[in-house]
Ligand binder design. Structure first.
Ligand code: UTP
Ligand code: MG
Length: 593
């Protein structure tokens, strides 16, 4: 997915245009505005281009004939054109950024919306730093191009044509000389562009890698410090940062070279014009005014010539950025509604696995195979298995975080892939092994899946999860937690995640090892409360301890990705040696309770 630039060098300009063309739908709403701005810029250029002609009139007329009176109207005319140019430049500058900023924000939101629709498997495979780099820096590059580069490319090209034509009209031989000397510049630009393309792509990739490193190390700071591996992380970062610097330097070198050529070109041309132009003036074939007008016109071309290299670079970067953004936007969200999804208001909670198999995308071997299970409405099934057996994988299939790769799962006898996804997920309350809290208040975290939850519902969920500790936090339910807030302990996080899962009593509760981080006393209390909740709903509970298993009506034993046995805890304990082995350390505890 981080495919390097593979287009043949010769296709670069075409490729660039094609990539940028894909921004069309996003540019559409601002097309009117952009056209207006471009027109303003063009008019300003035209107004500027008239000035040399007025100058010629002044030199060849009043100055030559010492006619002071005639200078005034021509001077006023020049002043008028100058004013018009100034007003137009102001208007353009003033409004230029607005559209571009809005466009950037639109694109960013589209990208984020798309990321939210992507299945977990997408996020498993994309480095988070790459996603961050694409939503932040790539989009800024696109904005810079649309808001500035694009307009000037149009205006500069128009300036070339308009002023070029005027040069030829003013003095055909000199005009042709200037245009002929400009041709090599076009070729240099073309070469420059193809080299710049692959470099800027590599820089952008590297920025993404670096962002990933920073993100990983800030997330894993505890581990890094605990193992005293600051040096290692530092070295790795140093390597990557140095490589990025080298790549950037390569880019700058190329840019410096092109600037040197581009900068010297107008000076050389100017010298040539002076040399070639003075003869006809001396011999009287053209007037002094014409030569002055010619030089003034030519000076109008200097900025467009100089900026073209830089503009092409901006276009290049924007095109690479567009490619990278569309790599994300083009990824198909694999888990979506079917054409006419079935609505489901409230499920009875009858959950069935029919010969279910599951292979992680890109993995060689299936994680789950031949799973047949029925969980009756109101029943709780405990899922027991050694570590890596596939318990979490199985739990994630229920709310379609991943889709089965063979067989099917039904809820109320409907294939869950036929049920409207939002409805399905509303039926399932889920708590994960590693609970995630967002940077928000405790209350916002709790009501994440049920925005309109009442105070009573929140209180009930907190009671079930034995999460009364939240009332002792500095600002109670309004306390901010997560990355930008108070850091909660593992057990506290787990209890909040549990409260979030049971909030509003969903008909189906899937708990992945919900009690692992709790002390014995809290565990006993949570279990008591959970028992009450599970009595009213269908539950699938991944369990490692006998005490949790006892919450369930039946137990399924998962061995090597398939169900090896189903039965009551006591039956399995008596009849299944694997099961006995798994829970043996706690078997006595279980029997005693
Ligand atoms: P699980 O994560 O389903 O195992 O991974 P588990 O039973 O819940 O294990 P514990 O008890 O929490 O430790 C099952 C297999 O799927 C692979 C893992 O490597 C493991 O072998 N797996 C998991 C993937 O290939 N990709 C993933 O994204 C996750
Ligand atoms: Mg697990």
């Amino acid at each position: 997915m981080n495919s390097a630039d593979s287009s043949p060098a010769g296709l670069a300009p075409a490729h660039r245009a094609l990539s940028l063309w894909r921004l069309r739908p996003f540019v559409q709403p601002y097309l009117g505005h952009l056209t207006l701005m471009t027109t303003a810029a063009l008019l300003a250029t035209l107004a500027g281009a008239v000035l040399p002609l007025v100058t010629r009139q002044v030199i060849d007329g009043p100055i030559r004939h010492h006619d002071r009176g005639a200078v005034i109207p021509l001077g006023l005319l020049a002043l008028g054109f100058g004013l018009v140019e100034a007003v137009l430049v102001f208007l353009r500058r003033w409004t230029m950024s607005a559209s571009a900023l809005r466009l950037e924000s639109d694109l960013r939101q589209a990208l984020y919306r798309h990321l939210q629709r992507m299945p977990i498997s997408f996020h498993d495979h994309w480095q988070s730093g790459q996603v961050v780099a694409r939503t932040i820096s790539d989009l800024s590059q696109i904005r810079r191009f649309i808001g500035f580069g694009l307009i000037f490319m149009v205006v500069n090209s128009a300036t070339f044509v308009i002023v070029g034509t005027m040069l030829i009209i003013t003095d055909p031989p000199l005009g042709l000389l200037v245009l002929a000397c400009s041709a090599p510049l076009a070729w240099i630009m073309y070469r420059f562009e193809t080299g710049y393309r692959s470099r800027s792509r590599r820089v952008q990739e590297k920025q993404g890698d670096l962002a990933t490193l920073v993100e990983e190390s800030s997330g894993g700071m505890r581990t890094i410090k605990a193992f005293g591996r600051r040096d290692l992380v530092q070295d790795r970062f140093h390597d990557q940062a140095t490589r990025l610097r080298d790549l950037e330097l390569g880019k700058v070198r190329l840019l410096a070279m092109i600037w040197a050529i581009v900068e010297s070109q107008p000076q050389l041309l100017l010298a040539a014009i002076m040399l070639a132009g003075s003869y006809p003036v001396v011999h009287g074939t053209i007037t002094l005014g014409t030569l002055v007008a010619f030089v003034a016109l030519f000076l109008l071309l200097v900025w467009p010539i100089e900026s073209m290299g830089w503009l092409l670079a901006t276009a290049q970067e924007a095109s690479t950025a567009t490619d990278r953004v569309f790599e994300v936007l083009d990824a198909e969200p694999a888990i979506v509604d079917r054409p006419h999804p079935m609505p489901l208001v409230r499920s009875t909670g009858l959950l069935r696995f029919h010969n279910v198999g599951f292979t992680y995308p890109g993995a060689a071997r299936p994680v789950l195979h031949g799973i047949n299970l029925t969980i009756e409405p109101g029943e709780t099934l405990a899922l027991v298995g050694s570590t890596g057996a596939g318990k979490t994988s199985l739990a994630m299939l229920v709310p379609r975080l991943y889709d089965v790769t063979s067989g099917r799962i039904t809820l109320d006898r409907h294939d869950i892939r036929d049920i409207r996804l939002t409805d399905l997920r509303r039926q399932v309350g889920m708590a994960f092994e590693e609970p995630t809290l967002f940077s928000a208040s405790v209350r916002e975290n709790l009501t994440f899946g049920l925005a309109g939850a009442t105070d009573d519902q929140v209180a009930e969920a907190l009671e079930v999860a034995q999460a009364g500790f939240v009332h002792e936090l500095p600002w109670g339910l309004a306390t901010r937690v997560g990355e930008q807030g108070l850091t909660l302990s593992g057990g506290q996080r787990q209890r909040l995640a549990l409260a979030r899962a049971v909030l509003g009593r969903p008909p189906l509760v899937v708990l992945d090892d919900p009690l692992s981080a709790l002390d014995v006393h809290t565990e006993a209390r949570v279990e008591r409360a959970l028992r009450a909740v599970l009595a009213g709903t269908t539950g699938l509970v991944v369990a490692h301890r006998a005490s949790t298993v006892l919450l369930a009506d039946r137990v399924a034993l998962l061995v090597d990705g398939t169900i090896a046995a189903v039965g009551s805890h006591h039956d399995l304990l008596a009849g299944d040696p694997v099961y006995r082995n798994l829970l043996s350390a706690e078997a006595e505890l279980g029997a005693a309770s």
